[in-house]
Design a protein around this ligand. Structure first.
Ligand SMILES: *[C@@H]1O[C@H](CO)[C@@H](O)[C@H](O)[C@H]1NC(C)=O
Ligand SMILES: *[C@@H]1O[C@H](CO)[C@@H](O)[C@H](O)[C@H]1NC(C)=O
Ligand SMILES: *[C@@H]1O[C@H](CO)[C@@H](O)[C@H](O)[C@H]1NC(C)=O
Ligand SMILES: *[C@@H]1O[C@H](CO)[C@@H](O)[C@H](O)[C@H]1NC(C)=O
Ligand SMILES: *[C@@H]1O[C@H](CO)[C@@H](O)[C@H](O)[C@H]1NC(C)=O
Length: 465
């Protein structure tokens, strides 16, 4: 074992022992158990990073499984116009896990929502607030560059005003049992030169997750959506045009430090069993192919496999029962499955967005959904699949009246064929136009959809049964 890994384990054991009991106030729990990592100030050679992480550079990516083009193709043709007016009301019992029961994604069913655009800001989902501060910035990196020292206070205030425990109460009222929460690496590790803000994100995360877990037995997926250097050239990967995470050993080292901090957060929560760790999101080394299999090269796959091997080592030091959720980077779960032995505690996360599926009229969505859900799971039989992002917008002809059926059909299908999913996103203030009625907010804001009566506890307008 390397010194670094041993020290992480020691810190974890010591801090868990010192953790206040569940009766302690949230603030006490929070202050006792957040930590921001710091790392090397100069670049670290790859050999050093690999040996300290006890991993080897992976080179076998060419033996990947088949790429499943679920984003553009469905077993039922997406151009189908065969719609029936019959709607079903299937009985679904969503599980709520008690503290100490670790999740088994093979049997778990997630009725989930993302807390997107909260601790990782996106201009799209909070444009009015954004434009009050830095209208010329298009990503959080530039937002903070432009605001300088004001960035911290502005973001801190927004973390509090964007959502709160009442949001969790509302989600719970319609049966939500899972929260997927994106964060930037800067919430966990201070990377020299990074413009991303490092502040009290962990305290906000602690307050909300502690409430969701203790009051509602919700399961929490912590997402590390950006990684140092940038994982996909998008705002959510670090900054627009940034993809220097790949093949950069220093950035890999910082990624491991971020993972350590997330694991520390989980281990000091008093509810280790309530968490799943998602170490990467929508990675792509070819922006032109983003959202399709062309977005990720074999070489980049090797780099991801190397990172994931290191993440598994670190999880094992804390508790192997914490699952690793691997976002499939638009390759499909079956692409990744051959790299992992049966029994590995892994769940694959695919994102299904009909607004991005070529030629999709909202009238075509219903007949496509259930076949597509079945296709995603049938093409991957070894491991569970999860639909970590979806929304209600179709490419063309969106109508407000169609939303309930589309919501109920997707929630039902992800539950029936997959391990459930997580809607993107709990809160959206997006003002962007859609083809058809309304604006993006009408199709992407879970809380608005509850308020509009579209999302109800009962699933009673499903197209398939
Ligand atoms: C949470 O936010 C909502 C809407 O932003 C607000 O109406 C409510 O008062 C807030 N609740 C708490 C407990 O702060
Ligand atoms: C990796 O990225 C860092 C930070 O962007 C940079 O300073 C360094 O030169 C890059 N290369 C290597 C080999 O670490
Ligand atoms: C392929 O990956 C290796 C290290 O994993 C890296 O050194 C090399 O530059 C990459 N090649 C290309 C063409 O990106
Ligand atoms: C889209 O909406 C228009 C106008 O409401 C309608 O005429 C047309 O048939 C719809 N297109 C499809 C493919 O359903
Ligand atoms: C579905 O259930 C909700 C209450 O949960 C009810 O308001 C709505 O009318 C029902 N819709 C249908 C189509 O039965």
């Amino acid at each position: 074992m390397s010194a670094k890994i041993i020290s992480l384990a020691a810190v974890l054991v010591a801090s868990v022992a010192a953790l206040p009991q569940a009766t302690a106030s949230i603030a006490a729990v929070a202050s006792a158990s957040t930590s921001i990592a710091t790392g090397p100030s100069t670049s670290v050679p790859l050999s050093t990073v690999l040996s300290s992480a006890q991993v080897s550079l992976q080179t076998g990516a060419a033996s990947h499984g088949s790429k499943i083009p679920y984003w553009s193709r469905c077993p039922l043709p997406v151009t189908s116009t065969t719609t029936s007016s019959k709607r079903y009301a299937p009985t679904i019992t969503w599980p709520f896990l008690e503290n100490g029961n670790f999740i088994d994604w093979k049997t778990y069913k997630s009725n989930g929502a993302n807390l997107g655009g909260w601790l990782e800001k996106e201009k799209t989902h909070d444009p009015i607030w954004w434009d009050q501060h830095a209208p010329d910035a298009n990503d959080e990196w530039t937002f903070c560059q432009m605001l300088g020292p004001k960035c911290g206070p502005v973001l801190e205030a927004r973390y509090t005003s964007f959502l709160n425990t009442s949001t969790i109460d509302q989600l719970a009222s319609v049966g939500v049992n899972t929260l997927r929460i994106p964060t930037t690496y800067a919430a966990w590790v201070k990377v020299p030169g990074s413009q991303l803000y490092t502040g009290t994100q962990q305290l906000h995360l602690r307050t909300i997750t502690h409430y969701a877990i203790t009051k509602y037995s919700m399961h929490i997926i912590i997402g590390l959506h950006s990684l140092p250097g940038g994982v996909n050239s998008l705002d959510i990967g670090e900054g627009l045009g940034h993809d220097a995470w790949f093949y950069n050993s220093t950035n890999l080292e910082y990624s491991f430090l971020a993972i350590d901090a997330v694991l520390f957060f989980i281990a000091t929560s008093g509810h280790t069993s309530s968490f799943t760790l998602a170490p990467i999101n929508e990675a792509s080394d070819n922006l032109a192919g983003f959202g399709s299999a062309a977005g990720l090269s074999t070489n980049a796959t090797n780099w991801i496999l190397t990172y994931i091997q290191g993440v598994f080592k670190r999880i094992a030091l804390v508790d192997k029962r914490i699952p690793l959720m691997l976002q499939d980077c638009f390759q499909g779960a079956s692409y990744w499955a051959p790299f992992y032995a049966a029994g590995t505690n892994i769940v694959f996360d695919s994102h299904v967005y009909y607004f991005a599926a070529a030629g999709t009229y909202s009238e075509y969505v219903l007949p496509a959904v259930c076949g597509q859900a079945a296709y995603i799971q049938e093409s991957e039989t070894k491991f569970p699949t999860f639909i970590g992002e979806w929304s209600l917008q179709a490419m063309f002809n969106n109508t407000l009246a169609d939303r309930k059926s589309i919501f109920d059909t997707e929630r039902y299908a992800w539950e029936k064929y997959n391990s459930g999913g997580a809607f993107w996103t709990a809160i959206s203030y997006s003002t962007a136009a859609v083809d058809g009625e309304g604006t993006q907010r009408d199709y992407w804001s879970y809380i608005d959809l509850i308020n509009a009566g579209v999302i109800t506890k009962a699933t009673n307008a499903s197209y398939c049964s």
